[in-house]
Design a protein around this ligand. Sequence first.
Ligand code: PMM
Length: 284
Amino acid sequence: MPRVMGIVNVTPDSFSDGGRWDTTERAVAHGLQLLGDGADVLDIGGESTRPGATRPLVAEELDRVVPVIRELVAAGASVSVDTMRSEVAEAALAAGARTVNDVSGGLADPRVLEVVADHGATYVAMHWRAHADRMRDFTDYSPDGVVATVRRELAERLDAALAAGIDLGRIVLDPGLGFAKTAEHNWQLLVFLDLLEPLGCPLLVGASRKSFLGSLLGVDGVPRPVDEREHAHAALVALLAARGVDCLRVHDVRATRDALAVAEAMSLRQPGRTSWVTTREDDA
Ligand code: PMM
C-alpha cells in the first residue's frame, strides 16, 4: 500500500488550509494529530504554491518551517520539507528533516540538488514550469500532449538530480497535479500514470483538495468548496492504491487511511492470493 505523507502548511495563504496552522504551536499540534492518524511522513511547507500566490522572503520561510521541523523530529516524526529554496532545504535537513520535496524539481534553485546530494537525503522532484504567479501561462502541452510532455520534462529533472549526485534509490517523481495544469490535464495524468513508471522511480501523487476535484463536484459552474472534497479524494486514493502508487500527499490522513484499508482488503482477496480462502473461524 502507498505511504501516506501528511501535509502541514505553515502558511497564511495556502488554498487548502491557509492560516489554520500558521504558528509553530498550531503547526506542531497539527503534525502530531496527523501522526496519530497514521501518517508515515509529515511534509512541512512555508510557501504557498496556490495559483497567483506571491513568494515569502527566505527569512520568513525559514522562520515558519525550521522550528516546526525541529519539534516534530524531536517527537519522532519522519519529516519532509516542502521547499524550492536551497537555504531552506539546508536548514531543514540540519534540523532533522530527511526528505526535500521540491515542487520545482530543481528548476527554481538548482543548488537544492547539491544540498540534497550532500546530505544523502531523499528527493521528491515534481513536474513544474513556473512560479505560482505565472503558472497559468504555461499550460500548453502541444504537440505531444500532457502525459508525454510531463514524462519528458520529469526525465530531464531526474537526469539533473542524478548529475548532482543524488542516488537513484532516493528520488521520487511527482506529476504535479494542478501546477500549470488544467483539470483535464490532471485527469489525463492520473489515467495514464503508468506511463511514468518506466522512469524507474517511485511515484508520489498530490491530489488532496485540489480544484479539479472541486470542479468535478461543482454545480452550475460553482466548484465544491475546498473542505468538502474529501469523499471524492478518498475514492481517488483507493483507485490510486489499486494502481500501485507509492506515496500520497494528503491533508486528511484518517480518511486516506480508511480508503487504503478498503483498497488493501480488496487486494488481499484477489484470486490467487491465499487469503481469498476463508478459514472456519472466518466463516463463524
Ligand atoms: N501540491 C502542493 C504543494 N506541494 N508537493 C508535491 N510533491 N506534490 C504536490 O502535488 C504538491 C506539493 C499544493 O497543495 P497544498 O497547498 O494543499 O499543499
